[in-house]
Write a protein that binds this ligand. Structure first.
Ligand code: AMP
Ligand code: ZN
Ligand code: FE
Ligand code: FE
Length: 285
């Protein structure tokens, strides 16, 4: 079984619409594929319908933007109830913060002589319900300011660059509680990626394991061989499931094909077993 637990569609900042993404997964020989758009569940219905048609098991997921010790931490949430009020409220709040960030970033860019309109970003985002920096990057490419998303992040909108504005996000601990209350299973996305490696270590994984975390995404393009070996040990110590995923973004992330990283079948079943162990009490939010 080939299982890729991390992909994005054009509903957030990937470039393939959900149904086409699932077709690509079938072509890539995947048996199971999680659609984990940033902060939205809007692509699920289309992807799951395509999956039923094509014989690909589509796992409904969300990559939730959170904050931990002032750093951006991404939380993969598998199988949460999309109608759960607390989850809906949390995701809607994050998307609203993403929307209001766009004009603030455009102001910063304009101060540095790069003029884009909100319409330029809307055009680049097309049907996305979750707008992000990659869409501003695409608008910068369309305007001829840079040649690629990578260059846009490296020169204008990456952390510490002139056009960067951080987005408001719930705390990781609140997000864990909300996803678990919604019956979802939580896995830390690319824990040692650029944005979060300085705030996540062994003791932290133990602490988070007690706060509702079920797994670590160890096999990911942001981790080198040494990282993966160390993260595997940390996962074992903290009783966390080891997963892998491509973080496929279509044309939005060059050199990262579907199925580039996958999750072991036993690990996948271990995640399934933690499904729906939701506490009855809602977190106080
Ligand atoms: P945002 O969530 O709007 O702050 O944007 C961050 C997202 O941009 C990440 O989740 C990645 O999907 C994407 N991203 C980060 N760095 C790059 C890069 N260098 N090139 C393309 N996409 C990137
Ligand atoms: Zn993304
Ligand atoms: Fe991420
Ligand atoms: Fe991602």
């Amino acid at each position: 079984m080939r299982i890729d637990l991390h992909t994005h569609s054009s509903v957030s900042d990937g470039t393939d619409p959900p149904a086409r993404l699932v077709e690509a997964a079938a072509v890539a020989g995947l048996d199971v594929m999680a659609l984990a758009d940033h902060d939205t569940t809007d692509g699920w219905a289309e992807a799951m319908a395509a999956g039923a048609h094509l014989g690909v098991e589509v796992v409904p997921a969300v990559e939730v933007s959170t904050t931990w010790r002032s750093a951006d931490v991404h939380l993969l949430a598998y199988w949460p109830d999309p109608e759960h009020a607390g989850l809906r409220r949390m995701l809607a709040g994050i998307r609203e913060g993403r929307r209001t960030r766009v004009p603030r970033m455009l102001e910063r860019l304009a101060e540095h002589g790069v003029v884009l309109s909100e319409d330029d970003v809307r055009r680049a985002a097309s049907d996305a319900v979750s707008v992000g920096r990659p869409h501003i990057a695409d608008a910068l490419v369309a305007a001829g300011v840079v040649g690629s998303r990578d260059e846009a992040f490296a020169t204008w909108i990456g952390e510490g660059m002139p056009g960067h504005v951080s987005k408001p996000a719930p705390s990781l601990v609140d997000a864990l509680a909300t996803v678990v209350a919604a019956g979802g299973v939580c896995v830390l996305a690319h824990p040692w990626g650029r944005g979060s490696r300085h705030v996540l270590d062994g003791p932290t994984f133990q602490e988070l394991s007690g706060a509702g975390l079920s797994g670590l995404e160890v096999d990911h393009v942001d981790h080198d061989e040494d990282d993966r070996a160390a993260l595997r040990r940390a996962a074992a110590e903290a009783d966390l499931v080891v997963t892998g995923g491509s973080d496929y973004h279509g044309l939005g992330k060059a050199g990262v094909p579907l199925g580039m990283f996958t999750t072991d079948e036993r690990a996948y079943h271990a995640l399934q077993e933690r499904r729906g162990s939701a506490p009855v009490v809602e977190p106080g939010r």
